[in-house]
Write a protein that binds this ligand. Structure first.
Ligand code: ATP
Ligand code: MG
Length: 421
C-alpha cells in the first residue's frame, strides 16, 4: 500500500536535527527573558479578518500566501502567517495595556504561508517573534536590534548584517507615495504585471517584487528616507546613535520597506550572504498605528520576527551536525548482569546523566558496536564474573582507557572522573 506523505513545504523535524532547534529555542528564551520579554502563546488559527486588517489587504501575504479556509460553521479562518497581528489582538482583547506603562512579549512557534517551497522557504515555518507596546522613543528600537545581535551571537551565528531604514510616518509617506507613483508612471510599462497593479493599489509594495527587471528599474526610484519629516529624522538619528552607543554595527539601507503595510519609522532586516536568495534571517520595525487600527488604544509598538529554519540552515553550514550524545552506555553479558545494569542505568538517569543501555541481551561485541555508534563518552561493562566480584569495568571511549571499579562506587567514580575533564 502506498504510504501517506507529509504536505509539501511542511517538514518533520527529526531527532537528528532537533538539537539545533532546542539550542535556538533555549537561547531565545534566555536572551528575551533577560531583556524583560514574557512569553505569550496564541492559537495557530485566527479569524481571517484579523490578518486582512492587520497585515494589509494588498500585501503579498494576504493576497497570495494565506492559508484561509471556511470551517464547518462557515466562518472564515486563517492559519497565522506571522505572529504580530495575533499578539496585538490578544493584547487588546485581554486589556493588557491597563497593567503598566509598557509591555514586552515574545512568542515562538509555527507560521503558515502558501509560498513555493525551496531551500529556506517553506509552507510551515517557525519564527521567534518579539513585540513591545507602549514606547515611542528611539531607545527601545535600538535596544531591540542590539538584543537581536546578542541573540544571534548566543545562538552561535556570525557574519550577518543589520540593515536599517526609516519609513517615516503617515504624513511623510503621503508625500513620498505621490513621488513614487509619478516615477512608476514615468517609467511606463517596463514593470511586471504585479507592479503595474501595485502602482495603483499600494505603490510602496513594488519594493517587495522579486522580479529582477523590476529591481533594476527601481534602482533610480526616489528614496523614502529623503522624504521624511523633521520629527521622523530626529527619531532615526537617535536610533542610530543608540546603536552606536550599544556597539551594534549596522548599515543604512534605504531600500528596506518590509512586506507589511503596518510599519512606520524604524525598520530593519538581518541579512546573511550564505543562504542564496533566502537571505533574510529576520526583520521588524515600528508599527505605531496598528494597535489602534485593530480596535485597541492608540499605543505605539515595535517588534521583530526571526525565521528559525534559516537559523538552522546557517548552523548546519557552520557547525556540521548537532548531536545530543548519551554520556554513558551500559553493556552487559548474561541475564543477571543485564538486570543489574538496567537498574544502575536508571540510577544514573536519576542523577541527570544521559544514559543508554542494551535492552535485548545481544552479544557483547554488538553492544560495544552500538555503544561506539551512540557516541557515548563512557561505556560501563558488566559481565557475570564482574557481577560475582561486585565490580564493573569503566571504559573511557575518548582516551581508550579502562579501569575496574567496585560496583557500589561506580556512580561517584563516574561523576569524579567526568568532572576532571
Ligand atoms: P522573504 O523576503 O524571505 O519572503 P519576509 O519579508 O516575507 O521574508 P517576514 O515576514 O519579515 O519575512 O518574516 C521574518 C522572517 O521569517 C524572515 O526574515 C525569514 O527568516 C522567515 N520567513 C518568512 N517566510 C518564510 C518561509 N516561507 N519559510 C521560512 N522562513 C520564512
Ligand atoms: Mg515573504
Amino acid at each position: 500500500m502506498e504510504a501517506v506523505q507529509a504536505v509539501r513545504g511542511m517538514n518533520d523535524i527529526l531527532p537528528e536535527q532537533v538539537g539545533w532547534w532546542q539550542g535556538i529555542e533555549s537561547a531565545a528564551r534566555e536572551v528575551l527573558e533577560n531583556f524583560g520579554y514574557r512569553e505569550m502563546r496564541t492559537p495557530v488559527a485566527e479569524k481571517l479578518e484579523l490578518f486582512a486588517r492587520g497585515i494589509g489587504e494588498s500585501t503579498d501575504i494576504v493576497e497570495k500566501e494565506m492559508y484561509a479556509f471556511q470551517d464547518r460553521n462557515g466562518d472564515w479562518l486563517a492559519l497565522r502567517p506571522e505572529a504580530t497581528a495575533s499578539i496585538v489582538r490578544s493584547y487588546v482583547q485581554h486589556k493588557l495595556h491597563a497593567d503598566s506603562g509598557h509591555c514586552k512579549f515574545y512568542q515562538i512557534g509555527p507560521m503558515f504561508r502558501h509560498e513555493r517551497p525551496q531551500k529556506g522557504r517553506y509552507r510551515q515555518f517557525h519564527q521567534i517573534d518579539a513585540e513591545v507596546f507602549g514606547l515611542d522613543g528611539p531607545m527601545i528600537d535600538a535596544e531591540m536590534m542590539h538584543m537581536l545581535d546578542v541573540l544571534l551571537e548566543r545562538i552561535g551565528i556570525s557574519g550577518v548584517t543589520l540593515n536599517i531604514n526609516s519609513l517615516g510616518c503617515a504624513k511623510c509617506r503621503q508625500v513620498y507615495r505621490e513621488a513614487l507613483k509619478s516615477f512608476l508612471v514615468e517609467k511606463g510599462d517596463g514593470f511586471c504585471g504585479d507592479c503595474m497593479r501595485r502602482r495603483e493599489t499600494n505603490p510602496l509594495r513594488v519594493f517587495d517584487c522579486k522580479v529582477q527587471r523590476c529591481g533594476e528599474l527601481l534602482e533610480s526610484a526616489p528614496r523614502l528616507i529623503d522624504y521624511i519629516c523633521d520629527d521622523c529624522r530626529a527619531h532615526f538619528d537617535a536610533v542610530k546613535d543608540g546603536l552606536e552607543k550599544l556597539g551594534t554595527r549596522y548599515a543604512v539601507n534605504p531600500r528596506i520597506v518590509r512586506g507589511l503595510d503596518y510599519y512606520m519609522r524604524t525598520t530593519f532586516e538581518v541579512i546573511t550572504d550564505r543562504l542564496g536568495s533566502q537571505n533574510a534571517i529576520g526583520g521588524g520595525g515600528r508599527y505605531d498605528g496598528l494597535v489602534r487600527d485593530l480596535g485597541g488604544p492608540d499605543v505605539p509598538a515595535v517588534g521583530f520576527a526571526m525565521g528559525m529554519e534559516r537559523l538552522v540552515l546557517l548552523l548546519e553550514q557552520e557547525k556540521g551536525r548537532p548531536v545530543r550524545l548519551p554520556r554513558c552506555f551500559f553493556a552487559s553479558l548474561g541475564e543477571k548482569a543485564g538486570q543489574s545494569a538496567f537498574l544502575l542505568a536508571q540510577q544514573f538517569r536519576g542523577q541527570g546523566i544521559e544514559t543508554e543501555i542494551d535492552y535485548e541481551g545481544r552479544s557483547l561485541k554488538s553492544q560495544m558496536r552500538r555503544a561506539d555508534k551512540s557516541g557515548a563518552r563512557y561505556v560501563l561493562i558488566l559481565g557475570e564474573d564482574e557481577l560475582a566480584r561486585r565490580e564493573i569495568q569503566l571504559r573511557d571511549m575518548l582516551t581508550k582507557t579502562q579501569r575496574i571499579v567496585p560496583l557500589e562506587n561506580i556512580l561517584e567514580t563516574l561523576l569524579a572522573v567526568d568532572s576532571e575533564k
